[in-house]
Design a protein around this ligand. Structure first.
Ligand code: PMP
Ligand code: GLU
Length: 403
């Protein structure tokens, strides 16, 4: 008989899944803080702002009004309509409520889309550097992730030529975020059009356009792949409330897609989570009624912090970076520190450097490996100016110790 302890009770599926590194590093930072260290957490990507008061008030009202029951799986009709109106107002996109599926966060929307489109063996092109969860979700669906690497010198943007040469007859889906997590780069309308023209020639390929950072755009001109009529039917736009409205904990995201894909995502959710929280949906509805004013205020703060961080980083030798034009991350190439040592410890890679910064400077960051760029590390600058000044001063002192 087999020793019970030796048997792996967990499925191959979960055993093969990597832990989310953004969440893992944030956890490490919190653990160190709990031991009494003064940790500055630049690892987790979430707004440091409170959800605007008018949104909180709507949630309280929803409780008092008795919205405590199960919700329709794809979302309350008035929320889906409000999303349709938002897509028209902000993005000049024409959809009907039947094209919208509200979910428990953009992360769930992405998982729905991949699960609904990707068969085992299908290739999924992921613009790299990419957000941590894309690759793992694709693997969960038994798809084959194909990373196409944007270069720092090109603001980490994938070119049409690169896209063209990555497409094969097995390609099913292309995934990207713009504004991008982790690089902060933003694809403008011309760049998206050039990429869409490549995809026009490959009618079997769909696109998952993750626009969760739409409102955090320092140039102010967000462009959507779905705006090009010739490809609109093959684009699934993912968006949500976590970033623009500082509503990470409320868990509301959505897709806009053709009816077949939207119905498939609805069916997927119906078996896995059902409709998202009634109160959070009422809050999301209120958020949209308030327009972009609160998002604009927060974005002004992120822009100021971006400039602050770029200035602070100029004083630190060996950090090479693009200038982010959206989101709230900076993603320097740190490879000039590889091979250097301190106290007998050699920095072999970005993960070692992250751990060194955590233990020596008490700064939590995330290694670029998790984003498909092993020469970089990611700092989130969604925190106060004071903390950023202190954090980069500590980073500078710690890096100076490496010889
Ligand atoms: N896409 C990107 C690029 C993100 O950074 C995040 C943040 N976690 C998500 C999707 C998921 O957002 P949500 O909180 O709505 O699940
Ligand atoms: N989007 C955030 C990040 O990249 C939140 C963490 C997560 O959901 O992975 O850090």
């Amino acid at each position: 008989m087999q020793n019970a302890e030796a048997v792996n009770i967990l499925s191959d599926r979960i055993s093969a899944l990597a832990e989310s590194q953004t969440i893992a590093m944030a956890k490490k930072g919190r653990e160190l803080a709990a031991q009494g260290y003064d940790v500055i957490n630049l690892s987790f990507g979430e707004p440091d702002f409170q959800t605007p008061q008018y949104i909180k008030d709507a949630a309280k009202q929803a409780i008092d009004d008795g919205f405590t029951f199960y919700t329709p799986v794809p979302g309350y009709p008035e929320l889906r309509q409000a999303i349709v109106d938002k897509l028209k107002r902000d993005n000049n996109l024409d959809y009907k409520p039947e094209n919208i599926v509200v979910s428990t966060g953009a992360k769930q929307s992405i998982a729905n889309v991949v699960m609904c489109l990707v068969n085992p063996g299908d290739e999924v092109i992921i613009f790299s550097p990419y957000w941590v969860s894309y690759e793992e979700i694709v693997k969960l669906a038994e798809g084959v992730p194909v990373q196409v690497q944007g270069r720092l010198e090109n603001d980490f943007k994938v070119t049409p030529e690169q896209l063209e040469s990555a497409i094969t007859s097995n390609t099913k889906l292309v995934m990207y975020s713009s504004p991008s997590n982790p690089t902060g780069s933003v694809l403008d309308e011309d760049e998206l059009l050039a990429l869409a023209r490549v995809l026009e020639k490959h009618p079997q390929v769909y696109v998952m356009a993750d626009e969760i950072y739409e409102y955090i755009n320092f140039e102010g001109k967000h462009a959507s792949m779905a705006a090009f009529d010739f490809i609109k039917d093959r684009v699934i736009t993912v968006n949500g409330f976590s970033k623009g409205y500082a509503m990470t904990g409320w868990r509301v995201g959505y897709i806009a897609a053709n009816k077949e894909i939207a119905s498939a995502c609805d069916k997927m959710q119906s078996q896995i989570t059902s409709g998202t929280c009634s109160i959070a949906q009422k809050a999301a509805y209120a958020a949209l009624q308030g327009g972009k004013a609160s998002a604009e205020e927060m974005t002004a703060a992120y822009l100021r912090r971006r400039d602050l961080v770029l200035g602070l980083m100029q004083d630190i030798p060996g950090l090479k970076t693009n200038v982010p034009t959206g989101a709230f991350y900076i993603f320097p190439d740190v490879s000039s520190y590889f091979g250097k040592s301190y106290n007998g410890q050699t920095i072999e890679n970005a993960y070692d450097l992250c751990m060194f910064l955590l233990t020596d400077a008490h700064i939590a960051s995330v290694s670029g490996e998790a984003f498909g760029a092993p020469q970089c590390i990611r700092f989130s600058y969604a925190t106060s100016d004071e903390k950023l000044v202190e954090a980069f001063s500590r980073i500078k002192s710690s890096l100076a110790k490496l010889q």
